[in-house]
Ligand binder design. Structure first.
Ligand code: NAI
Length: 465
């Protein structure tokens, strides 16, 4: 039996990226994954398939609602769900096949089965072919997360669904209730609404995308309402009952008034939880916190020596790119290199239309933390490129330290926000200032000019503001 330097549990963007980096650093690596293809939630049932559905549904929606404004006459546009799903599956397959090629290139042994840590140097893998024992010097846990279920409304894969199910409906539901207006709810709610479903959100908090800057969140809500989405904010679901035609939910608003709403399907998108149950971690001395996350120290080391953990199963935002960064940093530290993850500069994107993207803190968060900030804002409606794209909804807000001008946050709601946000992330990485962005020459005409204007607005120097 081979002995490995590192055995990674979980082949998502945390685990597979860590495995590749470890192999680059000369380690002999095994990657254990219970459910092939590799790629985890992100590639198989998360970030990637949802982006395919968002892109196709956006084009379909525009064909019916916007093409005519460009002078393009479209009659009888229709969407083949079969073809939509086939394209989604093709994209996923190409990417997951690509990971397999990378595994071969890195000489990483992929073991298909459920891995259980027996002791600090031993992993037992139960697969279709039986049990395999893997001897290893170090272990990296990257087991990810799973959808949270509402106790009174268990998932059934048909009427009460989770994000995985909502990526594969065979037909457009006539109506859908989405519980939770976070990233998953907003993205998948948008997809099915654009394809013709009547979508209603029930969100317990007073705003959509509650983690976002409140003005950005309000702007996004307005844009989504204009697209036909409905929101019941500050409303909680009290109970649910399945009927012949769907599901009836009893809901309660902030004043305590109860009412009932009904839909063909209910998507429960109230968050994800670390997939640390039934893994036997605590039995071998790995400690979990009150939310079931694996407790780790500075080097991602768990309470069991030579066992490390990264990604959704530890503290921090549940984001694929955060997991990948941690995976790389963790194995580099194991290899004796200096590495770190800059948690202050992790971008967060919701791929709605308009997109919502942020990095760093908002002015409200700064206030709550007692940090004096200045902020500047600029709207896309004054931007030539946004006008030509017919995508004028939204703005950019730059938040800078009041004393040093250091960039502390960037908030964008608008077209291609997911790409523009990295200008802010880069500036923060290099500890740059709002002035740095403001004095940098931005190509004209680009959406990014709105970012320059917002940065200039911090010092009341915006030209078009
Ligand atoms: P989330 O935490 O982003 O949003 C959940 C929402 O549900 C919140 O707005 C919360 O207030 C609401 N909620 C919770 N309990 C509720 C209840 N009983 N009734 C009504 N509303 C309730 O979680 P989500 O959207 O499920 O996503 C899970 C994770 O996956 C997040 O960490 C998210 O960042 C990540 N993700 C990231 C994406 C991206 O980067 N584009 C896309 C999809 C998911």
């Amino acid at each position: 039996m081979d002995k490995f330097d590192l055995t990674v549990l979980g082949g998502g963007p945390g685990g597979y990226v860590a495995a590749i980096r470890a192999a680059q650093l000369g380690m002999k690596v095994a990657l254990v994954e219970k459910k092939l293809p590799l790629g985890g939630t992100c590639l198989n049932v998360g970030c990637i398939p949802s982006k395919v559905l968002l892109e196709s549904s956006d084009l379909y929606h525009k064909a019916g609602n916007e093409f005519s404004k460009h002078g393009i006459a479209v009659t009888g546009a229709s969407m083949s769900i079969e073809q939509l799903m086939a394209r989604k599956n093709k994209v996923v397959k190409e990417l997951t096949d690509g990971i397999m090629i990378l595994m071969k290139k890195g000489n990483i042994k992929v073991i298909n089965g459920f891995g259980r840590i027996k002791s600090k140097g031993l992993v037992e893998v139960t697969g279709e072919g039986g049990i395999e024992t893997v001897e290893t010097d170090k272990i990296l846990i990257a087991v990810g997360s799973e959808p949270v279920e509402l106790p009174f409304l268990p998932f059934d894969g048909d009427k009460v669904v989770n994000s995985t199910d909502a990526l594969s409906f065979g037909k457009v539901p006539s109506s859908m209730i989405v519980i939770g207006a976070g990233a998953i709810g907003l993205e998948l709610g948008s997809v099915w609404s654009r394809l013709g479903s009547k979508v209603t959100f029930v969100e317990i908090l007073p705003r959509v995308a509650p983690f976002a800057d409140s003005q950005a969140s309000k702007m996004l809500e307005r844009a989504l309402i204009a697209q036909g989405l409905q929101f019941k904010l500050e409303t909680k679901v009290v109970s649910g009952e399945k009927t012949a035609g769907g599901v009836v939910l009893a809901i309660q608003d902030k004043n305590g008034a109860e009412s009932k709403i009904e839909a063909e399907k209910v998507l429960v998108a109230v968050g994800r939880k670390p997939a640390t149950k039934k893994q036997g971690f605590e039995e071998v001395g790995i400690k979990l916190d009150e939310k079931g996350r694996i407790k780790v120290g500075d080097n991602f080391q768990t309470a069991l020596s030579s066992v490390y953990a990264i990604g959704d199963c530890i503290e921090g935002p549940m984001l694929a790119h955060k997991a990948s960064e941690e995976g790389v940093a963790c194995v580099e530290k194991i290899a004796g290199l200096s590495a770190h993850v800059n948690y202050a500069a992790i971008p967060n994107v919701v791929y709605t239309e308009p997109e919502l993207a942020q990095v760093g803190i908002s002015d409200e968060e700064a206030k709550a933390k007692g940090i004096a900030v200045k902020s500047g804002k600029s709207y896309f409606k004054g931007n030539g490129r946004a006008k030509s794209l017919m995508a004028e909804d939204g703005f950019v807000k730059v938040v800078a330290d009041a004393e040093t001008d250091k960039l502390l946050g960037l908030h964008i709601v608008g077209p291609r926000a997911s790409e523009m946000i990295h200008e802010g992330a880069l500036c923060m990485e290099f500890e740059g200032t709002a002035e740095d962005i403001g004095i940098m020459c931005h190509a004209h005409p680009t959406l990014s000019e709105t970012l320059k204007e917002a940065a200039l607005a911090v010092h009341k120097k915006a030209i078009h503001g």
